[in-house]
Every structure is written in C-alpha cells, then in structure tokens.
Write a protein that binds this ligand. Structure first.
Ligand code: SAM
Ligand code: SF4
Length: 604
C-alpha cells in the first residue's frame, strides 16, 4: 500500500467522498478514507473545494443511481472550468455499468467496483498524474488553436484519465495461489482505528458478497460471491476497535447468520489466512448449523467468541439476518450473552407465498413466522428489561403483485409487529432475473399507494410498540446531536452546542437514500422511508473532539439522539456544556413521551 517512491512527494489534491446506500458502503468508504490518508491525501466535506470527487455508489434501486448521474452531469460542467478535477465512481454502480459509464460520462476518470477497492490508491495516483498531463496538453493546444481553431477544446478537457478496476476485468480468476490472494481482506486488515474515527460505534464486516440471488436484487452481481472472513481477523478487529474506545459493534453481512468458517479447509497465502467461499446453508431438524463441529466456527461460535474475548464491547449486534435456517444455536448464544443486543433485522420482503417464490426467497410465510415465533419465545423477556425488537424490509409492487398479495403483506406486518419496517417500491434492476424475465407491470401510482398504505399501518404498529416504553428506564447509546438541533444550528449559522463536526482533515459525506446525513438519528425522519436502517447511520469521521465544538451561548440544552439495545431511537436533552462528553457513551434515560418514531425522556 506504500506510494511508489517517484510519487512520494507529489502534491496530492484534497478529496471529497460521498457515500450512497447501505452500511457496507459506509464501511467501504471508511476503509477508502484510511487507505488514501495513508497515501497522504486529505479530505474535505466541501465538494466545491476538492480536487478529487469520489462517489461510493449504490445500485439496489434506480433512484440512488439517478442521484449519481445528476451529480456527474454537474461535474461535467464544472470540469470545463476546472480541467484538473479528478472524478471517481466507486462501488456497485461502477461494477454494474462497467466501462459504459465512462462512455456516457467522460467526466469520470476512475471506476472501481466494490471487490477491487484495494486498487483505488494506485489508480487515483495515476489518474491525478494523467489529468495533470491532459491539462498540460490543453495549454499546448490553446497555443495551437491560435493557428488551428478547429481543435475540440471542450472534448479534450472532458477526456477521461480512464482508470478502471472492476471485478470481471482483473486477474482474480487466475489459478495461481499468490494471485488468488484476497486483496480486499488486506484492505479490511489495514483498517485504521482511532478514537477520532469512531464516536463509540463501528461496523465490522464478517462476510462479503451474496449467493442467494433473490430475483430482484443486484447485490450478487455487483458484490460477487459470498466469502466469509477468518474469525481471528474479525475478533482482532473488534479488539482494536474496543481499544480505540468503541463500545458498540455491528457485524455486517448480507445474510449475516449464515456465517461459517471451516478451519480444516482454510488457505493461507503469505502468512494471511484467506476468506472462504460460502456454501449452501442446509436445514437441520434442530435449527442448528449442519456443519457445526470442532474445526468449524459457526455464526453462533463467532458471536460467543466476540462476546467473551472482547468484553469492552458493550453492545454487539448484527445485520442483516436471513429468515431461512436461523439456528437455535444462535438464539441460545444471544440469550446467554448480556452484551449481545436483542435486536433482529430480518426482512420478509412479502406476505404472499406466491411473491416469495417469484422473488426466490426460499421460504414461505409460515416458515418466516416459525422463525419469528421461535426467536420471540427464546429472546423476548420484557419482564427482565430484555425485550426482543425486530425490524423488517418489504418490497411493494413486485411484478405480478395483486391486491390480494398486497393484503397478505399487510397481514404479515400486523402479525410481525416490527418496531420499524423499510418499505420499498420495487425497482427493476438490469442484470437481475426479475428484470430479464418478469415485466415491471405494477403502475407507479399503484406502487405508491401500496407503499403509503403499508407505511401508515407500520406507523400505527411502531407507535404501539413505542408506547410500551412509556414510564420505563432504558440504557441508551448516545450517537450525537439530534437532527432537529443540528438543523436549528445550521439555520442560525452556529454549530449545535456539543455538536459533532467534521474533522479538519475532512469528512465522509454520508448520503442515505440520496439525502445528506450529517448527524446521528433523525427526529423528523420516518425510518421506514430510508434506504437503510437509520439505526446504523454513523459517520465514522465525525469526531467528538471538544476542540471542534463551538458552544452556542444562547442555548442551555441540546437534544441528543441515542439508541436502545433494541435499536429504538431515544431523544433527550442534556445541558449544553456536558452534551459532548455523552456522545459515544451509554446513559440511563427515563421515558416520559413516545411517538411512532422515537422515545423521549430525560437522563436519570
Ligand atoms: N441481504 C438482505 C436481505 O436479503 O434481507 C438485504 C440487502 S438489500 C441491499 C436491502 C433491501 O433492499 C432488501 O431487503 C430489499 O427490501 C430492498 N431491495 C433490494 N433490491 C430491491 C429492488 N430491486 N427494488 C426495491 N427494493 C429492493
Ligand atoms: Fe440481495 Fe437476496 Fe442477497 Fe439480500 S439475500 S443481498 S436481497 S440477493
């Protein structure tokens, strides 16, 4: 990862990085920031001040891609004025579009798929140098134009530096062992952890990619086959994060509960144990991992080991769970482990068996509830202040969805009683089986109506669940200043008292569902309308360094946003001078008011 000597003293432009989409993308962005900082790049939260603009993109729904297309269109205009500007598209959109993206948008200099992010630092160095020479050529051409006005100057300015690394176009498929080494694992292992980068909370990836091939989903096409990271790497990462003051870790995987590492077939290259391809997850009568054994680390084993070996992590949670083959072994470990959160995000996608089959989800509604009922029987213990909370995802308007299917989904919501549910309008994604084989036949106004009916129903359920907390006292992990106070501060031009603020060295701008997110939690934001679970919105380079805070002397209190162990949002006021110190800590809050979105209370 070291810079080649000849570039060591190159003056590197400042980078602006904007992230779209899921928690995986947030973590990828954090790793990108770490690797570029190690090369001497610094970051700015102001796109207009940057010499390099990078978008880490999401392809799950068309809407997120449209945002990026329009940002690129704006940059094409800016690049005419600033020809040295380097533009990069990272992540799923780069992988999905391939080189066609540069053809459509020659403003793009770099494209890197999610499985090739380790190559970004060298590609960026190359692109910066190539653009510098294009700019120099342009100066020469300007002189030439005096004699030959026909030269296409605008075209030249937009010419791409053309640095591309995509999964399909590399040597990953080569058969030599050394070349097969998983460089992305090296990127994960090189993660820089510091108290400034994590306000007490962090993601840790345990698997990458997905093998499930739900017919609507682009993820297996953009992130590739499912691989499982070696358990020792995961545990070491958790330890390093804990040493840097992290109290809350969220383990990430597309079907996180299907994690398994078979030590007997582990491959080591250059002293580094390699991640392992996932295999089919078999059903067993006792709902445990069919391959469990001495030489296997199952998901249950992994949870147990992190819990026991890293006690400084006070909250351990995981997303996203797959409802099929969720073992009792995992539920038993959660029950026995006080620091594992009793929270499951376990998407159903539909309440109609017909739709579930068309989606290739591999379970029926009855099987979904077999799991949910079993999980609640194991884990829902409000009498000892350990309730189980559950969140879901639903897609409305999948091809062929009838009114009857839609009503079946409403019935599923009533029975599942999610604390919140993300309800998405089906978006046909090129490259998926559904896009290829099933006409997107539900009109948009029907999708919209079904979406709002389910949202209204879910809001009622969420309000009822929140109301159960009125009068109780909860432990809440403080994430930051509430969106309301942050907005207020922005309006008045002052930083919110005790607010977090971007580090001087730069920031990752998080764009969730195409909307910039600067703070944790969102009082005015219905979680069910977000692209990702707002519980996991965390800007890793926001800092709670008191040096970055400017107290507003007119305000006496500041509203902080926190989360319960079951991932419910909690708002409470804290005296302005003390507010900063609470961020990244767990506090006791007595709940005196509730809404469908949040619990409101006071510290005790
Ligand atoms: N792996 C997780 C699972 O299977 O539960 C979900 C990951 S996916 C990136 C997040 C959510 O996006 C899905 O649960 C699904 O509801 C939604 N989603 C995925 N593809 C979609 C599409 N084509 N249109 C609308 N929503 C989609
Ligand atoms: Fe997509 Fe299905 Fe894999 Fe989830 S399990 S990432 S929805 S293919």
């Amino acid at each position: 990862m070291n810079a080649p000597l000849s570039f060591a003293f190159m003056l590197r432009p400042t980078v602006y990085l904007e992230t779209f989409g899921c928690q995986m993308n947030e973590l990828d962005s954090e790793l990108v920031v770490g690797s570029l900082r190690a090369m001497g790049y610094s970051f700015t939260p102001d796109a207009s001040a940057a010499g390099v603009v990078l978008y880490n993109t999401c392809s799950v729904r068309e809407h997120a891609e449209q945002k990026v297309w329009s940002r690129l269109g704006e940059l094409a205009i800016r690049k005419l004025e600033q020809p040295g500007l380097v533009v990069g598209v990272l992540g799923c959109m780069a992988e999905r579009e391939g080189a066609a993206l540069i053809k459509r948008m020659p403003v793009v200099d770099i494209m890197v798929g999610p499985a090739e992010l380790d190559k970004l630092p060298s590609l960026l160095d190359n692109a910066v140098r190539t653009r510098a020479s294009i700019v120099a050529d342009e100066a020469d051409a300007a002189v030439a134009r005096l004699t030959s006005p026909m030269l296409a100057s605008e075209e030249r300015k937009l010419r791409s530096a053309d640095q591309v690394a995509l999964q399909g176009a590399t040597s990953r498929r080569t058969t030599t062992l050394a070349a097969a080494a998983d460089q992305l694992e090296m990127l994960d292992l090189s993660r820089a952890v510091s108290p400034d980068d994590h306000s007490g909370s962090a993601y840790v990836r345990i698997t990458r990619g997905c093998n499930k091939f739900c017919t609507y989903c682009v993820v297996p096409h953009t992130r590739g086959a499912e691989v499982h990271r070696p358990p020792e790497h995961i545990i070491d990462e958790c330890k390093r994060l804990a040493d840097a003051g992290v109290l809350e870790v969220t383990l990430l995987g597309q079907t996180v509960n299907h994690y398994r590492f078979e030590h007997g077939s582990a491959v080591t290259i250059g002293g580094v144990i390699q991640p392992q391809k996932g295999r089919v997850y078999k059903k067993t009568a006792d709902h445990a991992d069919a391959y469990a054994g001495e030489r296997v680390t199952t998901f249950a084993d992994l949870l147990h080991q992190i819990h026991e070996r890293v006690p400084a992590i006070k909250r351990l949670r995981f997303v996203t769970s797959y409802p099929r083959s969720f073992g009792n072994d995992v539920l038993s470990v959660i029950k026995a482990s006080p620091r594992i959160c009793r929270y499951l995000h376990v998407p159903a996608q539909s309440g109609s068996d017909r739709m579930l089959t068309a989606m290739n989800r591999g379970y029926t509604v009855e099987e979904y509830f077999e799991f949910l009922d079993r999980a609640r029987a194991f884990l829902h213990e409000p009498e000892i202040s350990r309730p189980l909370t559950v969140a879901g995802d639903i897609i409305v308007g999948f091809p062929g969805e009838t009114e009857e299917d839609h009503q079946a989904t409403a019935a599923l919501l009533r029975r599942a009683r999610y604390k919140n549910c993300f309800i998405f309008k089906y978006s046909s994604r090129p490259g998926t089986v559904a896009d290829d084989k099933l006409p997107d036949d539900i009109p948009d106004e029907v999708k919209r109506r079904r979406n709002s009916e389910l949202l209204a129903l879910q809001n009622e359920i969420s309000a009822e669940i929140s109301a159960e907390y009125a009068g109780t006292t909860v432990d809440a992990f403080v994430q930051g200043v509430s969106r309301r106070d942050e907005k207020k501060a922005r309006r008045t031009g002052a930083a919110a008292p005790g607010a977090t603020k971007a580090t001087p060295s730069g920031a990752i701008t998080l764009t969730i569902g195409g909307r910039a997110m600067g703070v944790s939690g969102a009082e005015d934001e219905a979680p069910s309308t977000c692209t990702v679970d707002a519980s996991h919105i965390h800007n890793p380079v926001l800092t709670n360094d008191p040096a970055n805070h400017h107290a507003d002397e007119h305000a006496e209190t500041v509203q902080l946003s926190a989360r319960t162990d079951g991932d419910l949002i909690v708002f409470f006021d804290a005296p302005a001078p003390a507010a900063t110190a609470l961020i990244g800590r767990i506090v006791r809050v007595r709940i005196d008011r509730t809404t469908n979105l949040a619990l409101h209370g006071q510290t005790v």
